[in-house]
Write a protein that binds this ligand. Structure first.
Ligand code: UD1
Ligand code: UDP
Length: 368
């Protein structure tokens, strides 16, 4: 072991690419050796390569191409593929981010080899064990040597589960680093508002992709109806950049998309940031979008029964409304009456640096 830590970053989906990018950039800035292991859980250009390009990320060192499969087979295949890579690379620390099957697979592969494992965005809990993400994040947290909690609320939840204090580091969320780096670039370079014909107009945004919402035809239709009602009441258009999972379900269930909702392809990061930044309100079931709207000062309406981002609720940036159409429309009306005066609870944009500081401090201590 040298005094410079070597890092392996395992990622596989759109939000992981976005939230790991600041860590990769920080490794480059510090000249730390690193390898990026892309699981290939997301592979469509609109969920994958567009982010590598826009976020100025190098090609992954390993591209496992796992693709879409049932969860157990996807996770198991990845564990078997990641293990020999870690045996070859022998990194000082493996970093995984968030709550996807890719993060779980990276976590299990690392801890079986007794390699130091760091979980970025540790300590989030929805307390809904029916969500695959909840089990993934609990398992990743309990396998980890470093738990990078974005907030003191996450730290408290980890302490309640008996995780020793010395493993927990409150770092902020790397999503703040990413937004800070890209929001101004998006304002300068993205033409998305002109392309969608909404420049100078008030508009809303919808993202819905969660399995528990879009795989259930009644819930999904109810979300569309509630957002459609809001759009009609306010006379605004609502732009819905559609995740491929949701696109398939709309066709399969033959859902009726209200007139005020406009389906567009999933957007690149700069275009989506621009869209979020200028929106009157964003309806979402995404984790990252709840955080980004809070950071950007855009009102958010979360169409789920629970959230693992309660900080966005307590600062007043977000309201949790479930999926009943009437509740969605009235929740959005309530949000519009709120002032946009909240402070960002997810740190000040130094999360990646804080994460690498924690890892390098231990490496330095071991060589000393
Ligand atoms: C996954 C994560 C979810 C995260 C989301 C980010 C898990 C359990 N779920 O959900 O936590 O919020 O990513 O977007 O890890 N598909 C494509 N192209 C792709 C990828 C998927 O068309 O590049 C389609 C396939 O039909 C696939 C479906 O989307 O079956 C679902 O993909 P999957 O990776 O299983 O889950 P996500 O819904 O993307
Ligand atoms: N995002 C994007 N284009 C879109 C929709 C979302 O770039 O059309 C970004 C968004 O800015 C956020 C991330 O995708 O950073 C959120 O990912 P997603 O909602 O897929 O997953 P989750 O955060 O729910 O796990």
């Amino acid at each position: 072991m040298t005094s410079t830590p070597s890092i392996a970053v395992v990622l596989g989906t759109r939000p992981e690419i976005i939230k790991c990018a600041p860590i990769v950039h920080e490794c480059e800035r510090r000249d730390y050796p690193y390898a990026v292991v892309h699981t290939g859980q997301h592979y469509s250009d609109e969920l994958d390569s567009v982010f590598f390009e826009e976020l100025d990320l190098p090609e992954p060192d390993y591209d496992l191409g796992v693709g879409s499969r049932p969860h157990g087979r996807q996770t198991g295949t990845l564990i078997a593929q990641i293990e020999p890579i870690l045996e070859d690379e022998r990194p000082d620390a493996v970093l995984v981010q968030g709550d996807t099957n890719s993060a779980l697979a990276g976590s299990i592969a690392a801890c079986k080899l007794d390699t130091q494992l760091g979980h970025v965005e540790a300590g989030l809990r929805s307390f809904d064990r029916d969500m695959p993400e909840e089990l993934n994040r609990i398992l990743a947290d309990h396998a980890s040597d470093y738990l990078f909690a974005p907030t003191t609320e996450s730290e408290r939840l980890l302490q309640n589960e008996g995780i020793p204090d010395e493993r927990i580091h409150v770092t902020g969320n790397t999503v703040v680093d990413a937004v800070q780096r890209h929001a101004d670039i998006a304002a300068e370079e993205s033409d998305v508002l002109d392309e969608l014909g909404i420049s100078g107009f008030r508009y809303a945004v919808l993202t819905a992709h969660r399995a528990e919402n879009v795989d259930d035809p009644d819930r999904f239709q109810s979300i569309l109806d509630g957002v459609g009602r809001f759009a009609a009441d306010r006379g605004v258009r609502c732009i819905y950049p559609v995740h491929p999972r949701a696109e398939k379900r709309i066709a399969e269930f033959d859902l009726s998309v209200p007139e005020g909702i406009e389906l567009v392809d999933a957007l690149s990061y700069l275009d989506f940031l621009r869209l979020e930044d200028e929106a009157l309100v964003v309806f979402t079931d995404s984790g990252g979008v709840q955080e980004e709207t809070c950071i950007l000062g855009t009102r958010c309406v979360t169409v789920r029964d629970s959230t693992e981002r309660p900080e966005t609720l307590s600062v007043g940036a977000n309201i949790l409304v479930g999926t009943d159409a009437e509740d969605i429309a009235s929740g959005a009306a309530e949000m519009l009456d709120r002032p946009v005066d909240w402070a960002c609870p997810f740190g000040n944009g130094t999360a990646a640096a804080n994460i690498l500081d924690a890892v390098s401090a231990d490496v330095l201590a071991e060589v000393a």
